[in-house]
Design a protein around this ligand. Structure first.
Ligand code: HEC
Length: 232
């Protein structure tokens, strides 16, 4: 085989190796980010469950159903504050009860979150959405689950006159009332950056390329020396 052709084959082998490596890198970045996002979402759902299914009923039994202490009885308040502690360790993770018309305005959906909420509006059968969003020039893996209004929510999100006095005093009666069964309120949403999934480590492309040439070179020399003749 002539030398220029040998170099071309060698370069093609290196480029092929790099492409394969890049594909593997991308896939594993996604998988790691996806795993992290699900762990965060599961932890936040578990926290919501503890507040609404264990703490709130226990307090109602003790002090009566008209009692409402937001710090102990609101699952969204609890989960937000738990996540604030998590974020001290993981500042680029994100969790939110992202809503169209929230009672607590911190939960108002931003532009990127609205895109996800609109998917749920258009596909009411979806129980979950996950995928990549580019947010402020950063690729992030997003997982979201829709939140719908149910009959049991009406005491605090239906008619303001039915709501506990404490809620009206703290939040007023302007937001998050007047809902009907099945209304899409928003979504429980988490996201993590794709970059940190590999800790910003550059792909080891130099060793890969050298490896490729180490495999290809002896083969080419063998061809040139005529010691090896490929059978058709
Ligand atoms: C006992 C009163 C009460 C009940 C019942 C209740 N909520 Fe809420 N909800 C609140 C309060 C208070 C807040 C604001 C907490 C905060 O500051 O984060 C809130 C906040 C939320 C939020 C966060 C967004 C926002 O508006 O700030 C969502 C989502 C939500 N509620 C959905 C529901 C759903 C769905 C149900 C029924 C399954 C429900 N709530 C039942 C009192 C209640």
């Amino acid at each position: 085989m002539r030398t220029p052709l040998a170099w071309l084959v060698c370069l093609a082998a290196m480029a092929g190796m790099l492409l394969v490596q890049q594909k593997i890198d991308n896939r594993s970045r996604r998988r790691i980010a996806e795993d992290r996002a699900y762990v965060l979402l599961t932890a936040m759902e578990a926290d919501r469950h503890v507040t609404s299914k264990i703490i709130k009923p226990a307090l109602w039994e003790e002090f009566g159903k008209e009692t409402f202490v937001v710090e102990a009885m609101s699952s969204s308040f609890g989960a937000r504050n738990v996540f604030n502690r998590i974020r001290e360790q993981y500042p680029d993770y994100h969790f939110k009860h992202s809503c169209f018309d929230p009672r607590n305005r911190r939960n108002l959906a931003d532009a990127a979150e609205l895109e996800v909420l609109n998917v749920f509006l258009q596909h009411t059968e979806l129980e979950e959405w996950s995928g990549v969003q580019v947010i402020q020039d950063e690729e992030r893996w997003v997982v979201a689950k829709p939140i719908f209004h149910k009959t049991r929510c009406a005491g605090c999100h239906g008619n303001p006159s039915d709501a506990p006095q404490d809620i009206l005093e703290t939040y007023g009666s302007e937001y998050a009332f007047g809902r009907k069964d099945g209304d899409l309120i928003g979504a429980l949403l988490v996201s993590v950056p794709l970059q940190t999934a590999t800790g910003h480590a550059p792909s080891p492309w130099i060793p890969q390329a050298l490896g490729a040439s180490l495999i290809v070179f002896p083969f080419l020399f063998a061809l040139r020396a005529g010691r090896y003749t490929p059978t058709p």
